[in-house]
Structure formats: C-alpha cells, structure tokens
Design a protein around this ligand. Structure first.
Ligand SMILES: Cc1cc2nc3c(=O)[nH]c(=O)nc-3n(C[C@H](O)[C@H](O)[C@H](O)COP(=O)(O)O)c2cc1C
Length: 224
C-alpha cells in the first residue's frame, strides 16, 4: 500500500496542526492510501549549522530530544535523532505533507530547524514524490508560512499538490480547527488530489516511464 508521511511541526501533539493532518489522513485512507503522522514532540530540536558532515547515514547530530520537557528537567542530552528517524521513514514513503502552526507569520522555528537538516542531509530521498504543506493559525500569516515550506519541494524535484484553496486551517486549538468547515474541506480535497497523483505516478511506473535524469554540472556562485 502506498503511504503518505506527514510531519506535525507543532510541539502540540493533539492541536490544530494535528487536527488538520488527521482530516487529510482519514481521507487518504478512504482513497486506499496509508499514512503516518510523525510527531516532533516538545523537546529541543537542533538547527542546521552547515557543517557539511552529512553522510549516507544522514545528519551527524543525534542530540534532539522528542520528550515534552518536565518542570525542572534538562532535556538537552537526548540521544534520538529525530531527523534521521524521519528520513528513514521518508525513504519508504510515497508522498509528504508538512504541517506547521503559524508563529509570528512564519512557520514554527522548530519545523524549519528540522526540515533544513532533513533536506540538507537527505533531500535526494524526496525527489519525484509529491509534497504539500499545511499551515494553521488563529488569524494571520498562513500564506507567508506556506510559501516558506513550499520552497523545500521546489528545490528537491518534488511535484506540489494543491487543493481548492491554499492549504490552511484556522483555529487556536484543535477543537476550533474542526469547526473551520472550508479549512477541513480544503484538507479533504488536498488528500484526494494527493491520492490521485500517487495513483497516476504508480501507473506511470507500471508503464515503464523512467524518472527524468537531472543535469548537475552548472552551479553558479556569482563570484567567478
Ligand atoms: C509563539 C507563537 C506565535 C504565534 N503567532 C501567530 C501568528 O502570527 N498568527 C496567528 O494567527 N496565530 C499565531 N499563533 C497561534 C497559533 O498559530 C495557533 O494557536 C495554532 O492553532 C497552534 O497550532 P497547534 O495547536 O498545532 O500548535 C502563535 C502562537 C505562538 C505560540
């Protein structure tokens, strides 16, 4: 069964982002597509420092901590690399949805720290697989947040899945999100479009349509 890997870019495991992604998941299942919602949790997430030490094994840093910090607890010494765990699931996934709450009119800092490391170390694993981003907010900043997340797709040879509106849901909390009828409808239509695209790609593979070969020779840094 084909599968869509979704990322909940909120520390809130059962909030608005989760409500939006869950609606997508339910519809995907109706379309015969499996899904998983990957929870980042509330622990510390390291950012990318451009060290260039990414390898076949992925990002070298393993000090993310997915636990929700308890009062007075130091969570800075976790051993699970959230990034590499996500990448290993991404290799097996057929499509992606990246969900974020809006923080000051941009995606949450933690989702950007996370995705920078995912794509810098392992972006090749996403090529030719469809992606969609989803932004949730109480009131403003969804369009600018979606623009930022959509950038990961464009540079990674990923077809972008659209819906009947931009992929946004409004609410301060999860229980408000489900009251956003148009937002939820947008999520369901997005899921149907994702399912349709995945089935078309599968049919293409079965017909023997080869993946395009990318040129990589020219990289201009503007200082020559
Ligand atoms: C630090 C911070 C900044 C926020 N900035 C915005 C904002 O710019 N626009 C907005 O509409 N909501 C803003 N919110 C509200 C959240 O986007 C909103 O409550 C969202 O539903 C939370 O999603 P979640 O439950 O998945 O975490 C902000 C919340 C926080 C914690």
């Amino acid at each position: 069964m084909m599968k869509v890997l979704m990322l909940n870019g909120s520390a809130n495991q059962n909030g608005t982002t989760f409500a939006a992604l869950s609606e997508i998941g339910r519809t995907l299942e109706q379309e015969g597509i499996g899904y998983e919602i990957f929870q980042m949790g509330g622990g510390a997430v390291r950012d990318c420092i451009g060290c260039g030490q990414c390898s076949e094994k992925g990002c070298i840093f393993g000090d993310d901590d997915r636990k929700m910090p308890q009062e007075g607890e130091n969570t800075g010494n976790g051993t699970i690399s959230l990034v590499n765990e996500f990448v290993s699931k991404a290799k097996a996934a057929d499509g992606f949805v990246f969900g974020t709450p809006v923080y000051y009119a941009h995606p949450s800092g933690r989702v950007l720290s996370f995705l920078d490391r995912v794509f810098y170390s392992s972006g090749r694993n996403f090529a030719f697989k469809p992606g969609a981003s989803v932004a949730v907010a109480r009131r403003g900043g969804t369009s600018s947040s979606l623009e930022v997340l959509d950038k990961y797709f464009g540079i990674s040879q990923m077809p972008v899945v659209g819906s009947t509106y931009w992929n946004m849901v409004y609410g301060r909390k999860g229980e408000e999100a489900v009251l956003d009828a148009e937002g939820m409808q947008t999520m369901r239509n997005l899921a149907r479009n994702m399912a349709w695209m995945l089935k078309c790609f599968e049919a293409g593979r079965e017909k023997g349509i080869a993946l395009p070969k990318a040129e990589r020779e020219s990289r201009t840094n503007f200082i020559r």
